[in-house]
Design a protein around this ligand. Sequence first.
Ligand code: MSP
Length: 522
Amino acid sequence: MEEKKFYITTPIFYANAELHLGHTYSLVLSDVLARYHRFVGDRTFFLTGSDEHGDKIVRAAQKENLGPQAFVNKNVEKAQELLKELGISNDMFIRTSDQEQHWPGATKLWYALERAGDVYKGTYKGLYCVGCEAFITEKELVEGKCPLHDAAPEQIEEENYFFKLSKYAPEIKRLLESGEFKITPRSKANEIISLIASSTAENELGDVSISRPERAIPWGIPVPNDPGQLMYVWCDALSNYLSAIGYGSSNETGFKSLWPADVQVLGKDILRFHALLWPAFLLSAKLPLPKELLVHGFVNSGGKKMSKSLGNVLMPRDFIAEYGRDALRYYLTREVSPVEDWDLTREKFKEVYNANLANGLGNLISRTLKMSEAYFGGVVEGDASRVPALRTKITAFENAGDVSGLNLPYLITNDILPRYHKHMSASEINKGADVVWELIGHLDQFVTDYEPFKLVKTDKDAAKDVIWGLLYGLREIGQMLTPIMPDTAARIAILVGASDIDGGKITFNSKAPVEPLFKRKE
Ligand code: MSP
């Protein structure tokens, strides 16, 4: 069978400040997907990195009296520490200031656009929002300000290189309509389709500027053969997805085996760059488009997009310190919809933590393992066929008329696992996690049905089969949690101590945790 590859990217983060919980969301969502694909055996490559050029960076560096390179180095170091703290399993971290890895790729892309006859020089006159690092039209302003950054744009008149974006709009529209270029959720694809359909030469679909004079921003990649011009940051930044895997290097084998990306994760604020400019660049360079853009909503705080410029940020480190990184990963995976906006509050976090981690999962783990230890010294031999049938009705099977002999291993194999994989492979990580908690619910119900703590006094063998069923369920939960809560998954595996499976047989050599995995917060 041909090996499946999975190339996933996050946007590269501006190296102008510390990453907050909004950025963390792009990272955790991508990491869960990368870990899932590794878990099922795909040859996975997970890329993240930092966007280090442009106006925004230069200004932020000046405020701290640092040169731009020293300034970005400091922020990148902090970002990389945070990635470790969050357990982000990226295979590579690309930096746009990396002249060896990144610049050749960005330059090669530029040449490709030129070769296609899509680049020409002209004069740009208009408004520029430094927060967006983008030109902005009068129409997009709210009370004279950029609505995302609550700041007035700057009036600019300068000589630029332009790229013929509008030339590729009909093709992009066609590929979006046919689904060959997929955007999830579909509503975001429709947004771009109608934008193209209603476009006129004057709006953002006209030709776009792809360079800035060096005078204006003395920090970026030089335009080939024109030292007075630097590449526009978005042109520089988007090419990271290619340069990181070897595009433009002397040996492009890695690039050829990974491109096109399978999933590119991004927040909705940067949809247009990824759904118009990016595919247009790729079409112009005659490269295949990414298979899917996965566009997530905003993490809000106090009803507004969490952002440094609005001053309403919450920091991931505070949550990790108080609850542990798996709790934060759990929250970002299960408790929010990947495609809608949601508001993060400390109160809600605590409530969910207590209900689903301290109680739900944590409680089930300690109850099961304590019983296993107390009644059987932790050693529980058994096999799937001996687990008694659930007494509760499982609707999914009842509807199919199949309720006889419905034991936990049967339910897990025939209902829980297929649904878990269906959602996870479709990037619906919140629904995948819901299935894990459904199984936690079944196991709780199983304890209620059979009361092993009573059963052990009257029929020890029967109690053993019940405990075996619970341990089997926990083992599966641990596996399903591998992409979502890697530390917890590893702890469950150790605590449960399952032998290899032999037919339906497993011997558990379990031990009860000394401390609860998730301490209740008052
Ligand atoms: N540097 C550009 C991306 C270039 S990709 C070729 C950029 N950087 S960013 O640091 O501003 O944002 C990085 C990611 O974090 C984006 O996906 C963005 O949507 C996400 N988030 C930043 N704040 C956010 C929220 N408050 N909520 C959710 N995600 C948001 O854009």
